[in-house]
Design a protein around this ligand. Sequence first.
Ligand code: 13P
Length: 250
Amino acid sequence: MRKAVIAGNWKMNKTVSESVELISDLKSLIADVIDVEIVVAPPFLAIYHVAQEVKGLNIHVSAQDVFWEEEGAYTGAVSSKMLSDVGCEYVIIGHSERRQYFGETDETVNKKIQSSLQHGLTPIFCVGETLQQREAGETFSIIETQVRRGLSGLSASDMEDVIIAYEPVWAIGTGRTATGEQAEEVHSFIRKLLKEIYKDTADSIRILYGGSVKPDNIDGLMTKPNIDGALVGGASLKADDFARIVKYQR
Ligand code: 13P
């Protein structure tokens, strides 16, 4: 049985004080939920403050990116070691916005996943096709390439600590969610691919769906056998909406 994960990606939103306000509101709404792993990913500057607020609760903190070196002359970068030090436990890696705006490649994604695992962070590894790729019938080949390259060199035991997020680029921030069927089709494809590479370990790897997840579509998505949770953007910035998503219909 895979424990569901509901993660909120705050992206480049919220100052430190706004982040503290949002997490305080969220705490009061979801403190009683224990059967879902709850994760929030504030911007770097707010990570420490949010982590202080949720100490000892079933709300965990994630970063939205990381650099693979531990320390050194890498101006502007933040390492896994630094993230762990401030109470961060997860890190989103390879988000399509990082791939699109910041030159992230399958190779850099792979290095970041390896480094985060070495430092005890749980990577939330994102894959997804663009609309153009979907319309050209390339969805499965794109996803397969991203998965194989992103996870290159990882063992089955490494994979016990990896979460995958399928985020079709055309569904991110557009209000156009993949249907449960469209998402399940790709999730089951990813599961099959993981089975081929990692055998039985594949059954315990959580695969999240991301892309316009809202209170009104989460229940349907969560009924699908290979959808193990959600990576939520816009709706994670509103405490009531995120709480409703965390409390999806069981
Ligand atoms: P939206 O939920 O705003 O579409 O964003 C999804 C996403 O990119 C989460 O990482």
